[in-house]
Design a binder for this molecule. Structure first.
Ligand code: AP5
Length: 218
């Protein structure tokens, strides 16, 4: 399966990506996670990206395309992958298409997790993430077993700086301007599928599995 997963910040991309990748045994490629790793390691890209991410802005298309392509060139992506948070602009989508064309490959689907704005702020304010292993929780909808501790590695879990309300509002505006056009882009290529992301986490996953089952048989 070769999947692009997109949707507004807080739609549940990271949450669903983990379950999809386990089920289909494909690597989860999150450009957000890769950028946060660069930030933690204080690489030149990380230092530049931190300013952008903390203020809710996108990194440049050039940087995003470079990190996505570097990861896609690795052997474990040959039979499939899930891209989470890439592409985020039409320029990035065109670059991805060109990259795959050169390898005689194509996407199976571009899956949009649709969640209206009014749900997003509550989700983001309650999100807690593990800075060690990247696991993500929600204090109400998906709490860890022990308060404040990661189920996976036991480290402390915290709020992401870009989850503060003002930054989330900025991210939503940028999503509308820069990422929404991907809906038409993938519709025109007959690759778009849409799941209602307002349901409970497990129900969203069940619907996604149905959609991906039909995409395989297309
Ligand atoms: P990234 O980390 O990709 O952020 P994002 O796309 O804004 O998405 P989020 O991680 O915030 O949300 P999500 O949809 O994964 O939701 P989650 O599953 O955690 O990117 C960060 C930044 O990096 C960007 O802003 C940008 O600056 C930069 N960047 C990355 N890629 C780039 C690119 N290609 N080009 C340019 N810049 C790029 O869920 C959210 C919360 O809700 C959690 O607490 C979860 O437990 C809860 N939840 C999930 N599903 C449900 C549900 N169904 N019901 C109730 N709660 C739920």
């Amino acid at each position: 399966m070769k999947i692009v997963l997109f949707g507004p910040p807080g739609a549940g991309k990271g949450t669903q990506a983990k379950s999809i990748c386990n089920k289909f045994s494909i690597p989860h490629i999150s450009t957000g996670d890769i950028l946060r790793k660069h930030i933690a390691e204080k690489t030149p890209l990380g230092i530049e990206a931190k300013k952008k991410i903390d203020s809710g802005q996108f990194v440049s298309d050039e940087a995003a395309i470079q990190i996505a392509e570097e990861r896609l060139k690795q052997d474990d992506c040959y039979n499939g992958f899930l891209l989470d948070g890439f592409p985020r602009t039409v320029i990035q989508a065109e670059a991805l298409e060109e990259f795959l064309n050169k390898k005689d490959q194509k996407l199976d689907t571009a899956l949009l997790i649709e969640v209206p704005k009014e749900f997003i702020i509550e989700r983001m304010s309650g999100r807690r993430v593990c800075l060690s292993c990247g696991a993500s929780y929600h204090i109400k909808f998906n709490p860890p077993m022990f308060e404040g501790k990661c189920d996976v590695c036991g480290s402390e879990i915290m709020q992401r700086k870009d989850d503060e309300e003002a930054t989330v509002r900025e991210r939503l505006e940028i999503y509308d301007r820069q990422t929404q056009p991907l809906i038409e882009y993938y519709k025109s290529k007959d690759l778009l599928s849409v799941v209602d992301g307002t349901k409970a986490i497990n129900d969203v996953f069940i619907n996604i599995c149905e959609i991906l089952g039909s995409a395989i048989n297309k």
